[in-house]
Design a protein around this ligand. Sequence first.
Ligand SMILES: C[S@@+](CC[C@H](N)C(=O)[O-])C[C@H]1O[C@@H](n2cnc3c(N)ncnc32)[C@H](O)[C@@H]1O
Length: 308
Amino acid sequence: MDILSATTQAQPQYGVILTNPPLPLETPEHSQLEIGFGNGEFTVQYAEAHPKVMLYGVEISQACVLKCARRAAGLGNLRILNTDARYMLREVFRPESLERIFMQFPCPWSSNKQAHRRVTAKDFSDGLASVLRVGGAFEMLTDDEPYSLEVREVLGRHEALELSAYEVNPKRAITTKYERTWLEEGKNIYRVEFTKRAKFAAERRTVQEMHIKINRQVSGQDLEALRNVEGKEGAKTFWKFGRAFSDGESCLLETLTSDDEFMQEFYIMIIPRDGGTLLRLDKTAKAFLTPAVRAALSDSAARLDEGR
Ligand SMILES: C[S@@+](CC[C@H](N)C(=O)[O-])C[C@H]1O[C@@H](n2cnc3c(N)ncnc32)[C@H](O)[C@@H]1O
């Protein structure tokens, strides 16, 4: 099923999914966030138990988004986004806009090679500290004690965060699927909570709109020459062009980008305009205008301008 084309009227259970909204979001006063909600069972029960809260859920798996959206049919105070919270947290939410963030049983990414993907990675902890309001809290639950200790130690060094709780097997009114599984297996559950004590804001990296005009008309041959062309900027920003599809006038160019492993696939639209050519993202592309997307757009325009 295609969640991107589902409309609120036709399929009310999908009303809670935000597809490519203008960013950063306009959030109401009592806004909270759950990162990686899995099957959405906790999420929906929590939203029902806290009607004054607007709960946002960010989940990377489309299958989980669909499961949660089905459970949430008719619920007015839940909004779901299908994206990578690690990269998009500070792009989706304004600084100081959330009163609580929870992350329950995330994969700890234990190998050193994946250390940059952990909660403790500087980029992610800066994002957390930025979007929380002063006095707001970040809560993480895990069955992995070394990971809980690492989070406690590393986030404890963040200039704006202070440890406010560390508990083993906390009593909780609502539990998650993973939590019940681990408890049934006799494992311990660790809860780490940090409160934001000082103002802190991290810079956003996406922009809302971008198009480029070149003064040259583009041919099918020009587009064929772009196929499989790759580009990079620094160590974290990559892009690659694929096939081009034409309706005889405009063209769609397949593009893949990566910003620090946040991957996006979309089309660049190439349209004849006033004797030249306009390049912009296809409106249905659902891509966020990250540095890699902007670099891909600029690179394709520069190459087509020079007829490379
Ligand atoms: C182990 S499951 C836990 C699910 C749920 N919180 C629970 O306790 O039952 C981890 C969840 O985090 C999601 N996830 C992993 N990385 C993510 C990311 N970068 N952004 C958003 N969600 C992510 C996964 O898709 C998965 O649903």
